[in-house]
Design a protein around this ligand. Structure first.
Ligand SMILES: NC(=O)c1ccc[n+]([C@@H]2O[C@H](COP(=O)([O-])OP(=O)(O)OC[C@H]3O[C@@H](n4cnc5c(N)ncnc54)[C@H](OP(=O)(O)O)[C@@H]3O)[C@@H](O)[C@H]2O)c1
Length: 338
């Protein structure tokens, strides 16, 4: 499953994509949150004239979609008339939405588009055999994708075809991804499984779980040793953005070329002590739990119980000392502007 540069993924750009395909379709965007709003607006600005939005009757985002000029209806009604159904709803809700509203409504030969492979990879959605199933997963949070699109730029997109009954799923998926603006940057072809498993692993180990605990663990080490919390906050949290921005622009080696020799030398000595054998073993374990489905089973069990664990952990996170320091320093900065 690993890819290396000797065997790079196929990459597509605007010149490889036929926008007229998606422009000729009626698209139902189900959900109008981070991704849904961006998909609907970018598709419309790319010339897709027939877009409807599917939401629950009591949805908090209904007014926003209407204010943006879209016809809003229930998910089932939106799907019933659509050639392409883009499921832009949080992953835990896919199972019930598919079973109760989309599966009974979708036309034979229509296409179902996902922005994340989770529900197909782990069987929460078992697509009907008579529809196309496509992954178009832009690598960015929704509002950022929208901002870049409006600036004439785009983000990378992971793209895949799970089911192609029409014979046109590949071209349709590329057309959809290009309409999001991703053909300006690069649409990389992969599989639902590779996108989903690596996405879950990356967000848990590095981007969200790993970074949050690394920052808080280091911050609390300084605080418990008697350093002023504000100073600890600058060193363990605030400057993270400066360094990761450098890494984003130049790569890790390029960023290290820009930091002081002291910081660079210390990084070589200490980085492998912090991320050593126990952390590597934990990473292997996390990957195993992602791949064997135990993580998704736990996610859905919590969701089915009303999300008690998610809500309790969210509350505890907000009560950490580091959050209070961040709020205090925001207040300090705001006073300067008064
Ligand atoms: N967030 C990102 O930047 C990002 C990045 C890449 C991929 N993705 C993927 O994109 C998909 C959407 O995620 P998101 O973060 O954009 O979600 P989100 O911001 O939480 O928005 C979810 C939207 O779906 C609606 N919704 C929820 N349950 C529904 C139902 N049963 N029927 C109809 N509408 C329903 C919500 O409306 P209410 O207000 O009524 O609940 C809301 O408009 C997911 O598959 C996710 O993995 C997200």
């Amino acid at each position: 499953m690993t890819q290396n540069l000797a065997n790079p993924l196929p990459v597509f750009h605007d010149r490889d994509c036929d926008l007229s395909i998606i422009r000729g379709k009626r698209v139902a965007v189900i959900g109008y949150g981070s991704q849904g709003r961006t998909h609907a607006l970018n598709l419309r600005d790319s010339g897709v004239g027939d877009i409807v939005v599917g939401l629950k009757a009591d949805s908090a985002t209904r007014a926003k979609a209407q204010a943006d000029g879209f016809a809003v209806m229930t998910a089932g009604e939106a799907a019933a008339g659509a050639d392409v159904v883009a499921i832009m709803v949080s992953d835990e809700a896919h199972r019930d939405l598919w079973r109760d509203e989309l599966a009974p409504a979708m036309r034979p030969g229509a296409a179902l588009v996902f922005a994340h492979g989770l529900s197909v990879r782990f069987g929460l959605v078992e697509p009907r055999a008579d529809i196309d199933v496509i992954l178009a997963s832009p690598k960015g949070i929704g509002p950022r994708i929208r901002d870049l699109y409006e600036a004439g730029q785009g983000v990378f997109c992971l793209f895949g075809v799970h089911q192609d009954v029409s014979g046109g799923a590949h071209a349709l998926g590329l057309s959809y991804a290009a309409a999001l603006g991703c053909g300006r940057k690069g649409i990389l072809e992969t599989t639902f499984a590779a996108e989903c498993e690596s996405d879950l692993f990356g967000e848990q180990v590095v981007l969200c779980g790993g970074v949050a605990e690394l920052v808080d663990g280091a911050f609390m080490t300084l605080v418990e040793a008697g350093y002023p919390p504000e100073v600890a906050w600058f060193e363990c949290f605030y400057e993270l953005k400066l360094v990761t921005d450098l890494m984003f622009e130049r790569g890790v080696a390029g960023a290290f070329a820009k930091i002081s020799n002291t910081a660079e030398y210390g990084a070589y000595l200490t980085g492998p002590r912090i991320i050593g054998a126990p952390s590597k073993a934990a990473m292997d374990q996390v990957l195993a739990e992602v791949r064997d489905g135990s993580f998704v089973r736990r996610l859905m069990a919590d969701y089915d119980a009303g999300s008690p664990e998610l809500l309790a952990r969210r509350k505890a996170l907000g009560q950490r000392t580091i959050e209070a320091v961040g709020t205090h320093l925001s207040d300090v900065a705001a006073k300067a502007e008064e």
